[in-house]
Structures are given as C-alpha cells and as structure tokens.
Write a protein that binds this ligand. Structure first.
Ligand SMILES: Nc1ncnc2c1ncn2[C@@H]1O[C@H](COP(=O)(O)OP(=O)(O)OP(=O)(O)O)[C@@H](O)[C@H]1O
Length: 958
C-alpha cells in the first residue's frame, strides 16, 4: 500500500476492513486479527464494546455519503448501543402483550364503539324515501303509512345520531379515510381493530366493504395502505412463522431462507394464480401512514373465513378455486385467551397484489346467491383478518431480534355481515330460507351479546354474555373483552319499504354505540436499543456498496477519522559505530523470528481452519439429520392434525346430529304430552256431556212416563165413558126392539136378522159377532128409518120400515166414528156423497192441508180421517176413507195409527150394467149417487161386484 497515494490507499484499506467486519457482524466474538488497523480496544473490553465496533465503522463510512444532520441519530445510536446488552437483559422478562391500563382506582380507560351510517342511493327516482339526513351526524326517519311499526307501535318520526352520516354521494375513499384509515394506523402501531358492516339485505354492506372493480371498498384500500406503508420495513418471508396456535415463532435469516428455497421448489411445480384481472384495486392511489416504528420489521398475514349456517369455513384452504367441500373449522382459545379459528390457512403476504390474490380466491368461494331483494346477496358472514407481526431489529439494525417477547401481534378484522331478511319480503324457501333463518339468528345473538355487555358496563353487573351461541360473536369476543378499536358502519337503504327493518337496524346501532371497549395500550420501543439503527445500517450498506464503485474516487473524504487510529511509531536513533552490525544481526534475528512466527501462525491458522471446516461439516451433518427429523416430525404432526381435524369435524357433526335428534325427540314428547292432555280434556268433556245428557234423558223419560200415564188415564176415562154410553144405547135398543116386535109382527128374515144384529150388544145373550165385524152396537139414532133425517137422529122413531133402505141411517156402515175429536182431512172440492155411508163426524175439524202440528197434536183430537176421491177403472167415483187413532208421542207430538180403510163407490143410475145386482133407474143423478153406495162388511160376506159394492177393509193395527 506504500506506493499508493492517500485516497486510493484509504479506499482499499476501508474496503478490506468493511467487508471483514460486515462478514462477521452477526458474530459477537470478533477476533483481534479482524480488527487490524483499527484503534486497539482496551484490554478489558466488554462484550458490548466489541459489538459496537461495526457501528463505529458505519459511522465512519456514512460520513462519506450522508448529510451531517443524519449523523446525529447515528451518533446517539453509537452511544446508546453500548448500553444495549445490559438493559436488554433486564427487559427480557417483560410481557409484550398489551395489558389494560387502569385509571382512577381500577377503572379501565375505554372508548365507545364508533358507529357510522352510510345511506345508499335510491334504486330509482320514483322510490319514496323514509329517511332524511338533517346534519352531518343525524338522520330523521319517518314511517310510511303502511309501515308495521307505525301501525302497531304508532311510531312517529325519529332522529338517530351517529359518529358521522355518509350521504349517498359520499365516495369510497372518503368512507375509507374516515372509518378505516385510523384502524389501519392502529394496526401498524400494534393495536387491534374490528370493523363490521351491518344492515338489511341489499343496503350496501358488501359495496362498502369490498366495493366494485373500479370503485373498491374499504378492504382493498386497507391492504393497499398497509403495504405502501411497510414496504421498506418488511421482514424476509418466514422470519415470522405462525405456530398454528395463534402465535408466531421468530426464525433466523438462515432458517427463513431455507424455507423460501423450499417454497421456490414448490412453486416451480405449479403456481396458482387467483388474481382477478378485472379488478384493478391495486391501481388506486394511496397515501402512506406516517409514524410507524422504522426500527421494526413487519410481516403481514391474512386469513379469510366465512360463517355459513353457523359453521366456520376456511376460504383460503388449498383446493380448487371454486369448491364447497371444505371441512368446518373450530373456534378455539389460545394461550392468551384469545379466540381463533383452529387450523385456518394463514398466508404470509408480501405485497398488495398477493393480498388481492388471496382475497379474490376467498371471494370466489364465498357463498352468494340471487334473492328477491339483492341480485348478489351474501349468504354468510365473511371475516377477513389481517395480522401484523412486528419485532425490533437488533442493535446493528440488521436482523430481527431473536426474542419472542419483543414480538407484537396486532390484528384488524374486516367483517361483512350478511343482511337481515324478513322472509315475507324475500319469499325465500328451502335452502335460502334456512340460510336466512341462520343469518337472522346470529344477528340476534350479536344483538343480545352487545346488550348484555352494555348492561354489565352500565350497571357493573357480571352477567354472562352469550358469545358462544353464535360463531360470529364467539370470534368477536376478542374485541369486546380485550383491547382495541371497534367500528361499525350501518348501511341503510332509505326506501320506504325498508322502513321497518331499518328501524331495527337503527335501534341496534343506538345500543351498540353505548358499548365500550378497552383502549389499547401503546407499545413501547425495544428496551435500550438505539432509535434509528436500522436506517444507519441501511446507509452503511449503501456506502459499502458505493465505495467499490469508480465514482467513489471523487468522493470527498473526511480523513480525520481514518488517521485517528493512533500515533506513528517513534523514530529510533543509533549513535555508535558498532551499532550497525548489531542492528544487522538483530534485524536478521528479528526477521527470522518474524518468519518463523508467520509460519507458525499460518500453520496454526491452517489447523484452526481445518478444525473449523471439520466442525462445520459435523455441524452440517448434524443439522441435516435434525432437519430430517424435524421434517418427519412435522409431517407426522400434520397427519395427526389432519386426523384430529377430521375427528373433530365428525364429532361436531355427530354432536349436531345428536342435538337435532334430541330436539326432535323433545318436540315429539311435547307433542305427545299435548295430545294426551287434549285427549284427557276431551274425555272429561265427554263425560260431563254424557252426564248432562243422561240427566236430560232421564228427566225427559220421566216426563214422557208422566204424560203416558196421563194419556192412559184419559183413555181409560174415555173408554169408560164410551162403555157407559154404549150400555145406555143398548138398553134403548132393547126397548126399541121389543116395541118393534110387537108392532110389526112378522118381519122378513133379512130385516129381523139386521135388526137383531144391530140391537145385539156385547153383553147380549142372543147376539153373536162374526170375526171382523164391528164390535160396537149401533147407536140408537142409527136405527131410525131413513126418512127421519139427520136432525131426527136422537129422537126415537116408532115408524115401521121394510127392508134395508138405501139411505137408512140405521144401516150407516161406519161404526168407527163416534163424532168426537175427529180431524177430517179431505180435498177442498169433495164430490158430495150424500150417503149414510159417510161417517158422521160431529164437531170434527175439517182441514184441506195438514200445515200445523197442532191440528193433530192437541188434547181434543183423538181420531183422524183422510178422505180421497178418484175415478175407478169404470169411470165411477170411488171414495176412500183412511181412519186412524191419534196417539200422543213422548216428544209432545202425535202419531196416527191407521186401523180402518173404507171404500165407497158411487155408480151412475143411468149406467147399464150386466152384472148381478145392477140397477137401472130413471131417478136424478144426485139421488142415484146418494143411494148407490151400499155397505158391505168385508169380514162378514164375500165381496160383490165392484159396481155397487162398498168395501170396508179393516186393518187392525193393534
Ligand atoms: N353507496 C352505494 N352507492 C352505489 N351503489 C350502491 C351503494 N350501496 C349499495 N349499492 C348497490 O346496491 C346493490 C346491493 O348492495 P350490496 O350487495 O352491497 O348489499 P348488501 O347489504 O351486501 O346485501 P346482502 O346482505 O344481501 O349481501 C349492489 O348492486 C350495489 O352496487
């Protein structure tokens, strides 16, 4: 280097030393030989002093290229790096998980859930709105006349206040800036956040969360901003590695590199591309978020799950892009009592494009369907979770500190809830109906949980919050029970038809805004580490790269630092003349010693190198063996995990089936009990009715018996009367018979027999009745001669008579009529018979038609006679008399028992008849008609010719 001029010499020496130091800066034990040319360190230099050496170098190199103002932080870094180890030792055991800040004697610092309202544009201009935005924070809802709540609860216009109300024309960017941007900032600063959209179906929740291809929503914008902000501070892939139990491991650069190489091999086998070329969300202009910790390294992980019919499905699971056959996942609690989806695919993302790719893969798999109210309706709740792992870089600003306690995990969950639906509006059936009922049920649980939480917070109670009743609330538990910011965007469709549902949404929003969540604690920077070390390291690296370039010749060098390595060797003076010889010998000796030492050193170094090489080989072999074991163990663990997941799924399914069966059996039991109850009720009713009826029946029977008894006694009485009268008549007849015998002397046989017949009573000793004859004696008036007429019937007649006169009232054939209590039922225009054969029915009631029951059923009526007249086959008039007794019935009516039929035939006197007994007469028609009828006792004599015969047919019913 002696021939080189100043700057060149310096450049070379710097290059040599920087590369040496850089190559070893991860090793804490620097070799003295490596520090050749540096200012010697004190003999008792401590470990942390040695670590500071490269930083001094970085300081020095930086001076070539950076502005002096930037050096201030580097200076301070150099100073504070000395204290690193001591302080870091004391901080090792400090927990990094955010803990609740206690204020004023145990009261937690809390923020309320911030609720925003977004009103979507109307479908068409003709739609009627039920909502008016009256200020930046207030809406006024007015019910339409048809609204149910207006009719039932008589609700008038209501005002609802929000953190902010977004008008229909508000842009997606504005909504993102106001609602989501603070949450993203919180995420980058280590705070948890939850943002969910809530509203009726078709109100714009998905539009707000996801957006449209050219007008993206909150989620893509969040991803854009995150990657834009942490782009320069990302850790290498696989430095942070999820441990599958909701926590992360930190790997060394070497381990991470190995995994990257393995992944590269996998990718060569076949890379999947799920990005959607139509959706250019990444092209949106984004602004970075300021104020993130530049001494940290960051890694972003995403998961995307949907909760469909209260089951959790992983939307990023390996498999074909569009599939529905994924297994359900379980929600579990990690070591820090946080809920997480066990076995979910968590992808490490290195750019916004990669994030969109994952997001669109999930979006394709998300369950959407066409419904009456929304062409693309979400049938599930979707939860996109961004987890950010961050950890400080080491003291030289190069790699992540290998200490899990410095690791901070924050998460932002973006939830697009499915919309509440009223089935009578959607007209859903089958699967859609089941989905809707599950959606409504889970939203109801969310509401119940928030209500319980609010109740506990307001009243200081400790009532159980039913998070576990629904998967979505189970997942939300982290946010409401832990720390973080919770925001909700209430989406509303201002149509008048949606009023009732929007009213429920508004009430929910009002209630949710009263729930408070613990404010997150800001994370502290890594203990004792110099702020800005990462930047310094970066500058150092840049400088190191630059110094090798040709342009470095022209760099202005501050040589002051370089020559401050130490003073020159003092000059030696020789004054004696023999000294030259001595010096020569000494020089030779010294050279020999130096050569020897060099040789020894080289051989020693060679040996050390060989040892090192051997050791390194052994370590490598051991490492390979261990890696193999690790890979096997991992494989086995994966297989076991898969088996566990399968078993869990099947147990879940069995459990679900069991629950369903239990519910079904319970329902059946309930039904059975109800039916039994109904049966016993019926039985009781019947028994009661039976008792009532029996009682009624008995009463009626008793009444009937009573009536029958009365009727019988009446009958008995009547019979006695009749007998009495008959006896009297008989006596009269006997008296009359004796008188006649005396007056007439000899009487023809026929007349005698007739008179005897008529006069003979049942008690008469001389009279014999033939079967079928009338068992009653003729009344006295009937025995009068024909001429006596009806008016003289009661008067005893002493005039003699010969033969049987045609119109002789004594020969009146109808013995059935006693003239009392008769109802005569005959056609209105009865041809007058004018014959004695017509029964005498005194004081009878004459009716043409039987219209009233009372005509028959009254105590005065005891006989009934139906008279019909018609022409017979010879054209003669034929009169029939159907006679019967009227018998009262139990029900208060009456029945007629027919017991006698009489038939009268009237023949024209002009009619020429060749038959025996036929008569011709020149007498008038009326007379002829009157005399043509003849009585014949059917029982006593055989029937005559039909022309002049009157028949009596008796049907004795009794
Ligand atoms: N603010 C808005 N500006 C413009 N269009 C909107 C807005 N909000 C919603 N829309 C439109 O309304 C329709 C329904 O919206 P979206 O699918 O987001 O409803 P949703 O609340 O998610 O319904 P669901 O609960 O059924 O999934 C979409 O076509 C969407 O483009």
């Amino acid at each position: 280097m002696g021939n080189l001029d100043g700057p060149e010499k310096l450049r070379r020496s710097l290059t040599l030393r920087i590369s040496t130091i850089y190559a070893r800066n991860t090793d804490s034990r620097l070799n003295r030989n490596d520090r050749r040319g540096f200012r010697p360190l004190p003999a008792k230099a401590q470990f942390h002093d040695l670590r500071s050496a490269p930083l001094r170098w970085s300081e020095m190199i930086c001076r070539f290229v950076v502005h002096s103002s930037e050096m201030r932080s580097v200076d301070s870094m150099v100073m504070s790096s000395l204290q690193l180890k001591l302080k870091s030792k004391t901080k090792l055991n400090e927990m990094r998980t955010p803990s609740r800040t206690k204020l004023n004697g145990g009261v937690y610092d809390r923020d309320p859930v911030q609720v925003y309202c977004r009103v979507r544009p109307m479908h068409s201009d003709t739609d009627v709105s039920c909502m008016k935005i009256i200020s930046a924070t207030t809406v006024l809802m007015t019910p339409s006349a048809t609204a149910i709540s207006h009719r039932n609860e008589n609700i008038k216009s209501m005002k609802y206040t929000f953190k902010e109300v977004f008008k229909p024309e508000t842009s997606q960017q504005e909504v993102f800036d106001k609602v989501a941007s603070p949450l993203v900032e919180g995420l980058l600063k280590g705070k948890n956040g939850l943002l969910f959209t809530y509203g009726v179906t078709g109100s714009g929740k998905t539009f707000t969360m996801t957006g449209e291809p050219q007008n993206c929503g909150i989620l893509p914008r969040c991803l854009n901003v995150i990657f834009k902000t942490i782009n320069d501070y990302q850790a290498h892939k696989y430095v942070f590695k999820p441990d599958k139990m909701n926590m992360f491991d930190i790997q060394t650069e070497a381990e991470a590199m190995l995994e990257r190489q393995q992944e590269l091999h996998k990718f060569k086998a076949g890379k999947k591309n799920n990005s959607n070329p139509d959706l250019a969300m990444s092209s949106v202009e984004v602004t970075k978020i300021d104020g993130i910790n530049e001494d940290h390294q960051y890694a972003v992980f995403v998961t995307y799950v949907e909760i469909y019919n209260n089951c959790v499905f992983d939307l990023l699971e390996d498999g074909p892009p569009v599939t529905r056959n994924f297994a359900t996942k379980m929600i579990r609690e990690d070591g820090a009592h946080k809920m997480y989806v066990h076995g979910v695919t968590e992808i490490e993302i290195k750019s916004a494009e990669e994030a969109f790719e994952a997001f669109y893969l999930g979006l394709k798999r998300k369950r959407m369907a066409h419904t009456t109210l929304n062409a693309e309706s979400s049938r599930s709740h979707s939860v996109f979770t961004i987890r950010l792992a961050q950890a400080p870089v080491d003291e030289i600003g190069e790699a992540v500190l290998q200490n899990k306690e410095y690791l901070t995990i924050s998460q932002l969950s973006l939830v697009d809830l499915a919309g509440s639906e009223r089935t009578n509006r959607t007209n859903n059936t089958g699967q859609r109906l089941r989905e809707a009922s599950n959606i409504n049920k889970s939203l109801m649980t969310l509401r119940t949980c928030l209500e319980a939480l609010r109740e506990n917070q307001i009243n200081g109670t400790k009532n159980m919050v039913p998070y576990r009743e629904s998967k979505i609330t189970h997942l939300f538990k982290n946010f409401f029970e832990g720390e973080g910011h919770v925001r909700m965007v209430v989406c509303v469709n201002p149509r008048a038809e949606d009023y009732d549902e929007n009213l429920q949404v508004m009430r929910f929003a009002e209630m949710a805004s009263e729930v408070e969540v613990a404010r997150p604690t800001p994370i502290e920077s890594a203990a004792g580490l110099t702020v800005g070390r990462r930047k310094a390291n970066r500058l150092f690296n840049t400088a190191r790269d630059n110094i090798n370039r040709a342009e470095a010749k022209d760099l202005e060098l501050d040589l002051g630092l370089v020559y401050s390595l130490g003073p020159d060797f003092p000059s030696l003076e020789l004054n004696s003349s023999q000294a030259a010889h001595i010096i020569k010998e000494l020089t030779a000796h010294l050279e020999m010693r130096i050569n020897r030492r060099e040789t020894l050193k080289r051989s020693k170094a060679l040996k050390a190198l060989l040892d090192l090489e051997k050791e390194s080989l052994e370590v490598r072999a051991e490492n390979a063996g261990l890696r193999g074991q690790l890979a096997t163990a991992e494989r086995r663990a994966r297989v076991l995990e898969e088996r566990l997941a399968t078993l869990e799924n099947s147990s879940l399914m069995q459990q679900r089936k069991l629950n369903e069966l239990t519910e079904y059996s319970l329902a059946l039991k309930r039904e059975l009990q109800e039916k039994e109850l109904l049966l016993s009720q019926n039985r009781l009713d019947k028994e009661k009715q039976k008792k009532i009826l029996t009682k009624k029946y008995n009463n009626k029977i008793a009444a009937e018996h009573e009536k029958a008894r009365e009727v019988l006694s009446q009958r008995e009485k009547l019979r006695n009367d009749i007998e009495d009268k008959e006896n009297r008549l008989r006596m009269i007849a006997e008296v009359l018979g004796k008188a006649e015998n005396k007056a007439i002397g000899a009487c023809d046989t026929a007349a005698q027999s007739t008179t005897r017949e008529a006069a003979a009573g049942p008690s008469g000793s001389t009279r014999e009745f033939t079967p079928g004859s009338t068992p009653r004696a003729l009344p006295a008036h009937l025995l009068t001669p024909f001429t006596s007429g009806p008016n003289n019937r009661d008067t005893p007649v002493t005039t003699s008579r010969r033969g049987i006169a045609v119109a002789n009232p004594r020969h009146r054939r109808s013995l059935s009529a006693d003239g009392r209590g008769w109802v005569e039922h005959a056609p209105p225009h009865l041809v007058p018979m004018g014959t004695v054969l017509k029964p005498s029915m005194h004081n009878s009631k004459f009716v043409n038609k039987l219209t009233s029951v009372k005509d028959i059923a009254n105590p005065k009526t005891s006989k009934y006679c139906l008279i019909s007249q018609e022409q017979d086959t010879d054209g003669e008039l034929e009169t029939k008399l159907y006679k019967g007794d009227v018998v009262p019935t139990c029900g208060g009516g009456a029945q007629v028992i027919f017991n006698d039929v009489e038939m009268l035939k009237q023949m024209s006197p002009n009619r020429v008849s060749g038959g025996p007994g036929a008569r011709t007469s020149s007498g008038g028609e009326a007379t002829c008609a009157r005399h043509s009828a003849k009585r014949r006792d059917t029982a006593g004599s055989p029937p005559r010719t039909p022309s002049n015969t009157s028949k009596k047919q008796r049907t004795d019913e009794d």
